[in-house]
Write a protein that binds this ligand. Structure first.
Ligand code: C2E
Ligand code: MG
Ligand code: MG
Ligand code: MG
Length: 285
């Protein structure tokens, strides 16, 4: 019991660990409520996407965006994805939600294209449960066909653990690649990918995890890791995206070290569609 209480105190980071049992029940209840509400969120149109610009370091132009899922809960306001995506995964709702994200991201990007905006690529996060199912192929094909978006403008973001732990991962990656879309490894550096394994993966981009990027200009270890990832990635003909760029110093370090593109609060927070459009127009793609 003492261990559990200690553990919980650590998790909560507060001094109210003596109430750990009722509080755990309350957490379970909260999850149940979230799951219940999430089932209705789709039909109530409470889910929306925000778009975070990705900027090329060569041209300094916006070359694309990452679509990030948001839930505008009727009573609780904005619920961040880190809180509801685990619930969606456990309940299986992630499949339906994931299909909506794919369709909406493709629709919006094609709408910008037709409106005359410069050509933009859209990156969509997929969860392990989606990736595991063969039906993901049909979902992507449907999203592309319904929107008319060329496949080369869609990129899927996968994590290292997804491509490392599934025996069928390589098959799935090749199936996805055959659709003509791009693939990227998200949060790179936090998992266990070996160089030799990475070499055989049919992926296009590596996204360096923000944990290594944040203090890049002050922490020599982080700087060395990022330099190594960029060099190694380029050797494998991968394009490197750094996420979590929060300062001018970080941006310049990445530019000097040949990183290909960047994403982060220093450039822009994730934006609602109309604001993203304005950002692209005023900044010059
Ligand atoms: P991620 O894919 O690694 O997305 C990057 C996260 O970092 C986003 O958080 C973004 O808002 C945040 N971020 C961007 N720039 C900066 C910065 O400069 N500093 C800091 N501190 N943070 C920055 P967000 O939107 O809360 O998303 C969290 C995670 O939720 C995502 O991590 C992704 O794993 C997941 N997620 C988001 N949308 C979806 C989705 O549609 N489907 C799935 N399966 N997962 C999603
Ligand atoms: Mg991502
Ligand atoms: Mg990431
Ligand atoms: Mg993440």
């Amino acid at each position: 019991h003492a261990d559990i209480a200690m553990y919980h105190a650590k998790q909560a980071g507060r001094d109210n660990f003596q109430f750990f049992i009722p509080e755990m029940n309350q957490r379970a209840m909260e999850r149940l409520h979230l799951e219940h509400d999430l089932r209705r969120a789709l039909e109530r149109q409470e889910l929306m996407l925000q778009f975070q610009p990705q900027v090329s370091l060569k041209s300094r132009l916006v070359v694309g965006a990452e679509a990030l899922l948001r839930w505008r809960h009727g009573a609780q306001g904005m619920i961040p994805p880190d809180r509801f995506i685990p619930v969606a995964e456990d309940s299986g709702l992630i499949l339906e939600i994931g299909d909506w994200v794919l369709a909406e991201a493709c629709r919006q990007t094609q709408a910008w294209r037709l409106a005359g905006l410069p050509e933009l690529r859209i990156a969509v996060n997929v969860s392990a449960a989606q990736f595991r199912r063969p039906t993901i192929i049909r979902s992507i094909r449907k999203a592309l066909e319904a929107s008319g978006l060329p496949p080369r403008l869609l990129e899927l973001e996968l994590t290292e653990s997804m491509v490392m732990t599934e025996a069928a991962a390589l098959t799935r990656l090749n199936e996805l690649r055959a659709l003509g879309i791009r693939l990227s490894i998200d949060d790179f550096g936090t998992g266990y990918s070996s160089l030799s394994y990475l070499k055989q993966l049919p992926v296009d981009d590596l996204k360096i995890d923000q944990a290594f990027v944040r203090d890049i200009s002050s922490d020599p270890n982080d700087a060395a890791i990022v330099q190594a990832i960029i060099r190694m990635g380029h050797t494998l003909h991968l394009s490197i995206v750094a996420e979590g760029v929060e300062s001018q110093e970080a941006l310049e370090f990445l530019a000097e070290n040949d990183c290909d593109s960047v994403q982060g609060y220093y450039l822009s927070r994730p934006l609602e569609g109309a604001d993203f459009e304005r950002f692209v127009v005023t900044r010059g793609r």
